[in-house]
Design a protein around this ligand. Structure first.
Ligand SMILES: NC(=O)c1ccc[n+]([C@@H]2O[C@H](COP(=O)([O-])OP(=O)(O)OC[C@H]3O[C@@H](n4cnc5c(N)ncnc54)[C@H](O)[C@@H]3O)[C@@H](O)[C@H]2O)c1
Length: 329
């Protein structure tokens, strides 16, 4: 039996994954309240041009507990995606990460508990595992806080889990592995390469090319969120969203250059290298838990996902929103 979702709150809805999730929920006839981070430009990020009768946009901040309670009223399901996510920025501003990621998640848990929300999805990340001690990485793999970002996500997951254990909060911890696709920030590896090539550069600046990743196309990640929100009886669980395949940065870049039909040279930019104890060298997720508990399966191959992402980034109107000449931290 699947849970019926009628009215959902999405935090981080102005961002990359959140905006795609809003599109998916609306396309399924679900009413959505979308939280965009308050700013004086009145920017709604990637929702700026979205108008839909089922969409209510609110602007605010997850660091404010009373505000979190205010926006959680009337909804049956909350998808909590708002977070600071860039690893390099977490090296210089870790306190902001604690405030947003840990306290923000605490606020959303408190609000969901106070208002009797039926299902809260808290967004974790494969970064909590650090460099794989074994592959594929299942949910029992040790947590390794190799960056302040990872540490705050481990903290946020623990807060969410404690609310399940202590108060029976119906929370599910969704743990996507690296996600890519249209609208992603150019600080992430796939967009940074595509946007540099699309801008006409032939010398492409990169970081370490040896680490491996398990890449999810954003539509697959969003269907994973929805599957975890709809499944009955999985409260308190932590669940990977992963393809179970592994590819090195070098091979990923070669695939992008091939899809874009461009001969380019990759040049290591020291500014893009992470301290070695902080670099996550290997990630490959075990998806047996999500595939056993739900009907979710990854549908978009890496090559197909890269083609769709290239198509989007090479539209000049989209590329114009990126600063391709600087390193986005
Ligand atoms: N992109 C990935 O590869 C990936 C992988 C695993 C997990 N995740 C998780 O998925 C979620 C979404 O990530 P994304 O890639 O879409 O990043 P993103 O930066 O595009 O989205 C995060 C959004 O959170 C919002 N936000 C930040 N601070 C806020 C605050 N104080 N109050 C309200 N909103 C705030 C931002 O405006 C932003 O739009 C995050 O929780 C991230 O940790 C991402």
């Amino acid at each position: 039996m699947a849970r019926d979702i009628r009215f959902a709150l999405v935090t981080g809805a102005d961002g990359f994954i959140g905006s795609h999730l809003v599109d998916l929920l609306l396309s399924r006839g679900i009413k959505v309240r979308a939280l965009c981070q308050y700013n004086s430009f009145n920017s709604w990020g990637w929702l700026d041009n979205v108008r839909h009768p089922g969409l209510e946009i609110v602007c605010g901040d997850v660091r404010d507990a009373a505000f979190c309670r205010h926006i959680s009223r009337d909804v049956d399901t909350v998808f909590h995606l708002a977070a600071l996510i860039a690893i390099p920025y977490s090296y210089v501003a870790p306190e902001s990460y604690v405030d947003t990621n840990v306290t923000g998640t605490l606020n959303m848990c408190q609000a969901a508990r106070d208002l009797g929300v039926e299902r809260l999805i808290v967004t974790s990340t494969s970064e909590v595992y650090g460099t794989a001690q074994y592959v594929p990485i299942d949910e029992k793999h040790p947590r390794q806080p190799q960056s302040p970002y990872s540490a705050t996500k481990i903290g946020a997951d623990a807060i969410a889990k404690s609310f399940f254990n202590a108060f029976g909060l119906p929370v599910v911890i969704a743990r996507p592995f690296n996600t890519y696709g249209p609208r992603q920030s150019a600080r992430a590896i796939i967009p940074t390469i595509i946007s540099q090539i699309a801008a006409g550069n032939s010398e492409i600046k990169v970081g370490d090319l040896t680490p491996t990743r398990d890449f999810n196309y954003v539509a697959d990640t969003c269907r994973g969120f929805l599957a975890l929100a709809e499944a009955d009886g999985i409260e308190g669980e932590e669940i990977n969203i992963a393809t179970g395949t592994e590819i090195s940065m070098a091979d990923t870049l070669a695939t992008i250059a091939e899809v874009m039909e461009r001969k380019v040279e990759f040049v290591v930019d020291p500014a893009r290298l992470r301290p070695s104890a902080s670099e996550v060298f290997r990630l490959c997720g075990d998806n047996s838990k999500i595939t056993a508990l739900t009907a979710w399966r990854p549908e978009v191959s890496l090559r197909e996902g890269i083609s769709r992402t290239v198509k989007w980034f090479t539209d000049p109107a989209n590329l114009a929103r990126y600063k391709t000449d600087i390193y986005n931290r």
